[in-house]
Design a protein around this ligand. Sequence first.
Ligand code: GTR
Length: 331
Amino acid sequence: MLIQRVVLAAAAAAMLSFGAAAPAGAQTKMVIKASDVHPLGYPTVEAIVRLGKKLETQTNGRLTIQMYPSMQLGGEKEMIEQAQVGALQIARISVGPVGTIVDELNVFNMPFVFRDSKHMEKVIDGEIGAELLEKISTNPQTRLIALGWMNAGSRNVYNTRKPIRSLDDLKGLKIRMMGNPIFVDTMNALGGNGIAMGFNELYNAMQTGVVDGAENNPPTYIAQNHYQVAKYFSMTEHLIIPEIFVFSRRSWETLSKDDQALIRKLSREAQMEQRELWYKSEEESIAKMKAAGIEIITFPDKKPFQDAVKAVWDKYGAKYAQLVQRIQAVQ
Ligand code: GTR
């Protein structure tokens, strides 16, 4: 509670100073606050830091990005709220929570919707990616401008109790999922017990046994020290969810058209550069997992998992059928 109040007070103060520094359309000096749940050096954080450096150079220091990493401004829900009121300018978040605001985005939150990471990249780089960014930016409820996508690999189940080698092993395990009913339903369909919870509460929840595990990509598992408490990692790859970075619409409207165009151009570059950082980080994280003695269980045949989530497709699939067809057609 106290922490929340402090964060909100800091956010309100920042909002005032941002508003004062940037009257509409003026080419004023501006410090753009960016936030991420991950630490400095993590691919998504680094991509925005690099974007900031380019922005600073190309505007002769007029526009700069100040990064608040490691959940300094709270979890993703809090980051979205702060960006909506203009207390934060750039929030790098998962598409998971965005789907609860703009339903079309949920197509990317469906289990096994992409064939692999490369397929997902083709989709986000192309027409569908552009359309979905536009949906976020033009939806009056979001109060956000969507700037670009990032790669977050695939999500895998890990837990503190035992190696999961089959669907049966998941039975009875409480697995934390991101706050979106699709994810809870997905975990339940896989046989586990899906529990929606903020990312900022997860480490403690695993440590104290409130949940038995979670699901995420290897870089998150390492960067957030989850491997220290949950030692069994199963490569289920049930979700491939891209990340997104958004700009506060309220702050965006105070930027000149030229500044907006420059930020858009650099965002596209960040989108393409981030994936190089991503693949490197994925490799390094898997090496660290092995060095830490983590048992990594792989599944050459994913069919049992794909069959298990049919219930999720039956429940939500029809809404996204057209988009899914277009996604599948992307080669
Ligand atoms: C990570 C992602 C975060 C956050 C987190 C989660 O992979 O980078 O943005 O969404 O997962 O599980 O909440």
